[in-house]
Write a protein that binds this ligand. Structure first.
Ligand code: NAP
Length: 409
């Protein structure tokens, strides 16, 4: 049986055992099937995004966390000790993860040892450090042969590093062989995901562009949750009963990252698109999770009627849905008709917190149309998006070398 059939087989067992009982899925699997999961590492496992990785991966049908790393402050502790006072999520980590020893993420050799021992096929990077430090560290992991799927911004503008939203630019993985050749990476590579604030409008934009409607310009005003600034993040006295109209670097990312994502792979680099030109206003608001964006857009010569826009968004699916990837939402864009939706508390968890919810689609007296978009920043915009990217990379065969024989142990 090849590796793909084994994964499918494990998935069938997970679904079947879940139907039989409400007991935790993994508990109903035979141990040898559990061991067939791909062992992965999480760098920055103690932080806000890292905790989401730990939580979301606890029942993942393909991946299993066996290596965790964070700052020297946490290194040497058991994971459960390192997060004892700061675990933020309702869903707790598994006993197996709680018992893992936290490594120093700066110690690439520790990850390489785990990689060679079959405990860490690749890493999710959720580190918060200086940009140059993260850039150098992620390159060191890739150079050592450990692929890096990153949430950090350090490599987002690097021309030979794909910045993936799995539904929008899955073909940007074509750059990876060029990256490996350019940098002398034999098995490792770096793939990143974009800033959490752009998820709530870039997929709706892409669906319209794919349907043949050019978007020339857009004005985007974001209202971003406090979890977006990590833990402990923005001080409570700064944000309770308040709105902070500045998030360092966020407006530049919100304006530029969509252009790379909508760009093309040409001659071994990703060439950014020229449009849409975006003006962003980014605000920190007293919401725990869920980034909202109020958006006005101007189309090119062809202007779709509102009913057509709704139809395009409702019918939009892409490669992750066609491949039936475990973390892919059934409908990447959910349209609400109520006047007062989407709302963070009511809509951020839609379809595993992986769907973008849009609403208030109406004419714009300045541009052409306006709408409100919402997505869960630490799931769709961070850990869940990273996991979906890993699923995409695995489905496309980019993780085969890193995984080696691990899945058939
Ligand atoms: P966070 O809560 O501050 O967590 C930071 C993590 O990095 C912790 O595990 C921390 O370990 C580790 N770390 C800090 N300094 C380190 C050092 N010198 N060496 C090694 N590890 C170090 O941050 P976060 O919100 O999870 O964000 C993580 C990354 O994801 C950032 O690059 C951020 O820009 C990006 N991101 C965040 C979001 C979001 O919604 N929060 C969304 C998209 C992308 P200790 O616990 O030991 O200090």
């Amino acid at each position: 049986m090849d590796e793909t059939s084994l994964d499918v087989f494990s998935l069938i067992i997970v679904i079947y055992s879940n139907r039989l009982s409400n007991a935790p899925r993994v508990a109903r699997l035979r141990p040898e099937r559990v061991n067939m999961k791909i062992p992965v590492g999480v760098l920055g496992a103690t932080g806000m995004v890292g905790q989401n990785y730990i939580s979301l991966l606890s029942e993942h049908p393909w991946f299993e966390v066996r290596f965790v790393a964070a700052s020297p402050r946490s290194a040497g502790k058991k994971y459960k000790e390192a997060v004892a006072d700061r675990w933020q999520l309702a869903k707790i980590y598994t006993d197996a993860v709680g018992a893992l020893t936290v490594h120093n993420a700066n110690d690439v050799f520790a990850a390489l040892e785990a990689h060679n021992a079959g405990q860490c096929a690749f890493v999710f990077s959720a580190l918060e450090m200086g940009k140059n430090e993260i850039r150098d560290l992620e390159e060191a992991y890739a150079k050592a042969g450990v692929p890096v799927i990153s949430n950090a911004s350090a490599h987002r503008s690097t021309p030979d590093v794909p910045m993936l939203i799995a539904e929008v630019n899955p073909h940007h993985t074509d750059i990876i062989p060029f990256q490996q050749k350019n940098r002398g990476f034999e098995k490792g590579f770096i793939a990143v995901k974009p800033n959490c604030s752009i998820q709530s409008y870039i997929t709706p934009f892409y669906a319209l562009i794919k349907a043949g409607f050019e978007i020339k310009r857009a004005v985007v005003t974001t209202m971003q949750a406090v979890s977006g600034s990590g833990y402990p993040g923005v001080a409570s006295l700064d944000v309770i009963d308040n709105i902070v109209p500045f998030i360092g670097g966020e407006e530049e990312k919100s304006e530029l990252e969509p252009l790379k994502i909508l760009g093309t792979v040409e001659n071994g680099v990703i060439k950014s698109a020229d449009a849409p030109i975006i003006a962003a206003h980014c605000n920190r608001v007293p919401v725990v999770d869920g980034h909202m964006a109020c958006v006005s857009i101007e189309f090119g010569a062809k202007k779709p009627p509102i009913a057509e826009i709704k139809r395009i968004w409702a019918n939009f699916i892409a490669l992750p849905q066609e491949l039936n990837l475990p973390f892919a939402p059934a409908h990447p864009i959910i349209t609400r008709e109520e006047d007062n939706r989407p709302q963070p508390r009511k809509d951020r968890d839609a379809d595993k917190a992986m769907a973008v919810t849009v609403g208030r689609i109406r004419p714009c007296p300045v541009f052409d149309i306006r709408f409100v978009g919402l997505s869960h920043n630490t799931v769709r915009g961070a850990a869940g998006g990273g996991i979906l990217n890993a699923e995409l990379l695995k489905a496309k065969g980019f993780l085969e070398e890193a995984v080696g024989n691990e899945t058939s142990r």
